[in-house]
Design a protein around this ligand. Structure first.
Ligand SMILES: Cc1cc2nc3c(=O)[nH]c(=O)nc-3n(C[C@H](O)[C@H](O)[C@H](O)COP(=O)(O)O)c2cc1C
Length: 223
């Protein structure tokens, strides 16, 4: 286990990198660890409603630049650029092929228990969280899980001395269209949730800015 000071050092090392080196690349071994931190991330009911598109293709990165104002430098220079996709309602309703696959093949839940889990899940979707009311609600719920994976990837990268930047600065509709027109995503099943770049800083003045955060007293309430 890490010493507490080391852990805090990792959180302080991470910052939103605005200028990535165009030449310093992440080793496949280290990037593999970042992807593994996403794969091992927890998700509600364990349904992993995500997919991680690693954009190696320069043409595709260039195509995204005009619609991704928050990630222009990252698309140009970052060693790795990941588009995190969230699943849509068609895959997340209780009788979908995807949920059946997760329960049976991934979670290996015995058939006599499957119905119990499905009933719980359906009640959660329909009543507890009211997620079946419109398509956007359930997509955003899938997105919440994606952000857990995002956070783990950011921290895993920092622990390996790798810089990163989460990116929401894009036009959602346009980004989906570019990836769909390129035949990469089926928008019936997936939508772009958030993007994230990894690499190494290059004379980035943001690296030395002190963190701006509210105090714990402002954000934590003991009751
Ligand atoms: C979900 C999310 C989306 C973000 N989108 C962008 C973005 O599009 N472009 C960018 O330069 N920074 C982006 N950021 C970085 C934030 O502005 C940054 O994390 C915040 O100001 C705190 O600064 P720090 O990360 O350097 O500590 C994003 C951060 C998060 C968590």
């Amino acid at each position: 286990m890490l010493q507490k000071d080391k852990l805090l050092e990792i959180f302080n090392f991470r910052y939103a990198c605005k200028r990535f080196s165009a030449t310093k690349k992440i080793s496949q071994e280290y990037f593999g660890v970042i992807l593994e931190s996403a794969r091992l991330s927890p998700s509600s009911f364990g349904f992993e409603p995500w997919k991680f598109l690693v954009l190696n293709d320069k043409t595709l990165r260039n195509a995204l630049k005009p619609v991704c104002w928050g990630g222009e430098n990252a698309l140009e220079n970052a060693s790795e650029f990941v588009v995190i996709l969230a699943r849509k309602k068609v895959d997340l309703v209780v009788d979908s092929a995807y949920i059946q696959y997760m329960i049976e093949e991934v979670q290996k839940i015995p058939s006599e228990i499957q119905k119990i889990k499905k009933d719980f899940f359906h009640r959660f979707l329909a009543e507890d969280f009211g997620l079946l009311k419109d398509d956007r609600k359930i997509f955003d719920w899938a997105g919440k899980q994606c952000y857990i994976a995002l956070a783990n990837m950011l921290t895993a990268a920092a622990a390996l001395g790798i810089d990163s930047c989460a990116i929401e600065g894009f036009n959602e509709e346009a980004a989906n269209k570019i990836l769909s027109d390129a035949g990469i995503i089926d928008t019936a099943h997936f939508g772009v949730c958030v993007m994230v770049a990894f690499g190494y800083r290059d004379n980035d003045k943001n690296a030395n800015r002190p963190k701006t955060r509210q105090s714990l007293e402002k954000i934590v309430q003991y009751v």
